[in-house]
Design a protein around this ligand. Sequence first.
Ligand code: NDP
Length: 402
Amino acid sequence: MIGVAVLGSTGSIGESTLDVLARHPQRFRLVALAANTNAAKLARQVLAFRPAYAALADESAASELTRLLAGAAPATRVLAGADALEQVARSSEVDCVMAAIVGAAGLRSTLAAARAGKRLLLANKESLVMAGPLLIAAAKGAGATLLPIDSEHNAIFQCLPHGTTPGAAPPGLKRVLLTASGGPFRDTPREALEAVTPEAACAHPNWVMGRKISVDSATLMNKGLELIEACVLFGLRPEQVQILVHPQSIVHSLVEYVDGSVLAQLGAPDMRTPIAHALAWPERIDSGVESLDLLRAGRLDFRAPDLEKFRCLALAQAAACAGGLHPVLLNAAHEIAVQAFLERRLNFPGIAAVIEAVVERGTGGAIGGLDEVLAADAEGRVRARERIGGMARSASMKGAHA
Ligand code: NDP
């Protein structure tokens, strides 16, 4: 029995992971569930899976969880606070950690799992974007197995030779081709983007995902973060990653070798495939995903992304080339800008404008250790909030003059 901890269990990836685990009770034992504030959903998950631990980063939500369980799950210990998530990730009862917390909030627990030598199923791409070299070094040092959950990176991993070391491109690899659905605004004229709502941005045509990654897909920043993620995970230079808009989301990514061979991984757009792959690797288990019907799909299209319309992708490409702490600033400014967009304090093109202003003025520099990463993250957040505040003030002054 493999002991599994699911960090971010109340989210989209967390729920898909629980769906796969529930299909294999003889193989996996759910040891821990963890989230932030959603006590009601976590309580339901505890009653269904009876884990040894249930952790909530938010302390008052953890008290609420204890109240909701009301003694109905005596074998489950409720833990509270951000430290509890790291404790769970390191627990000796846990062999495998699904890192599915969204955003920079997932960095510490992801690092803790790597440092503890766990099998690390990495959905939290932001931790790789912020601290990729630290994470790879920690995993190597502790003998952790890193398995990508992002469907594109999982696809690339499946197309690489067995035994490829994380952070190092295998001999003979020429480049990777990272596919992107193009998001809900793929065919929306650029001028119309000013007026798009959070609801429209979150209505992804192919995937059902959390709100932040849905907006990231709409701006194509998701692909930008994935470009940085691919460089870190597979030891690539940014120019070795070609981004292709592929509206059908069937080819999840491709790897080209120096002899001209191009290998691809295909499948229905359902995250349970990469999750099941990483849970069982190197074996294969049923994921519950329907068979891919290529006859029904009919055609597969590919085209170049529009970098003028999707400025976030161009900014991420620049940060990938600059390296060091630039991706940390980009990620921090981006998280703050997306939150402001979701709260209707910023319009859609404003997301790229805020990030651009922050990365232009940011100090950058090399990644030394976690302290530098956290300082750059804090700097990026402060600058982004200032910028959003400035934009709001000038918009209200314009309104007053009108
Ligand atoms: P969701 O928004 O659906 O879920 C986020 C999860 O993170 C929730 O369980 C939430 O808990 C938890 N969380 C948020 N903040 C904190 C915090 N401060 N401390 C502890 N837990 C926290 O996100 P997704 O499942 O869509 O995405 C998760 C990660 O996986 C992201 O990094 C995303 O980029 C990546 N990913 C997602 C894909 C998808 O298809 N959804 C595909 C590929 C990658 P609570 O509910 O209590 O707030």
